[in-house]
Design a protein around this ligand. Structure first.
Ligand SMILES: Nc1ncnc2c1ncn2[C@@H]1O[C@H](COP(=O)(O)OP(=O)(O)OP(=O)(O)O)[C@@H](O)[C@H]1O
Length: 268
């Protein structure tokens, strides 16, 4: 196993010194989270979903986030992506603290800097695939880069499907439309929450290849939550959470080394 303990690797750091608070575009991390805390008011008792979570996500890198059910993976993704506000800690995008942004500025930042892919595709049912891909930009009044859109459509194998509505597409095709939508505005970071969770292994493999290409061919930064060791093995590194804290990370993951980590975490 090539894992490293939390805090010792290049990617994970503890403490408040993990990023320049004033903003630094030379920061090699596209995204840093520093000391994130999140507690939800539970039925019987509050649930501490994130405990001082710090991690850096290198620009042009593909990070998978794994851990047992309830370990805080989705909460980390939502806080990092500005979908949820942490109780404490900072989220730095290209070195700029976004946790202090007021809601309208945060919404704009999310729309420009981030792309999202969810397990359930989240396409608009009344729109065609083509309209779904560009709806965000049209809504924001931002011109669509047609050459880039066409490149995405071709590389995702969607050429013959653009006039179809989501109900006329397979799950894998819908997820590839969602990936095109998430990449069409060239986001700095693409967040994917269980993107292959509803797909058979063949469709899932195509989706993973699309995420891999976004990193390897187009220099995007991808952060993907997954339960699947095979999916995690497509990433450059895996960050492991347990009970809301970073337990460690694994560089250059392979399915068997990821599985060994998961088994160990589940036995603790
Ligand atoms: N909105 C919420 N209200 C109350 N508790 C929540 C809320 N969201 C998450 N939690 C709790 O926080 C903890 C972490 O949840 P989270 O969804 O981040 O875990 P996860 O690792 O993504 O789990 P899974 O793999 O099952 O999706 C869990 O105990 C969960 O029940």
């Amino acid at each position: 196993m090539r894992g490293r303990g939390a805090g010792s690797g290049a990617g994970t750091e503890r403490g408040a010194g993990a990023g320049p608070p004033g903003g630094d575009p030379r920061d090699p991390a596209a995204l840093r989270v520093v000391g994130l805390e999140k507690t939800f008011a539970g039925g019987d008792a509050p649930v501490r979903a994130l405990r001082s979570v710090s991690a850096a996500f290198p620009r042009g890198g593909f990070t998978a986030v794994m851990g047992p059910s309830g370990s805080g993976k989705s909460t980390l993704l939502h806080c990092a992506a500005g979908l949820e506000r942490p109780d404490a800690g900072t989220v730095l995008v290209d070195g700029r603290d976004v946790t202090r942004l007021a809601e309208p500025a945060l919404t704009r930042m999310r729309a420009h800097a981030f792309g999202f892919v969810f397990q359930s595709f989240n396409l608009l049912p009344a729109l065609t695939a083509e309209e779904n891909i560009t709806v965000g930009q049209r809504f924001a009044g931002v011109p669509v880069d047609a050459a880039w859109r066409d490149h995405l459509v071709r590389s995702l194998g969607l050429e013959g499907r653009l006039r179809h509505r989501p109900s006329e597409l397979s799950g894998g095709q819908q997820q590839r439309v969602a990936i095109a939508r998430a990449l069409v505005h060239r986001p700095r970071v693409l967040f994917a929450d269980e993107p292959t969770g509803n797909l058979d292994s063949r469709s899932g493999e195509r989706v993973l290849q699309a995420l891999r290409d976004a990193v390897s061919d187009h220099g995007r930064t991808v952060v993907m939550v997954t339960h699947d060791p095979v999916a995690a093995a497509r990433a450059d590194r895996v960050l492991f959470l347990r009970d809301g804290a970073v337990e460690g990370e694994l560089a250059d993951p392979a399915a068997d080394s990821v599985l060994a980590w998961i088994r160990r975490l589940e036995s603790l």
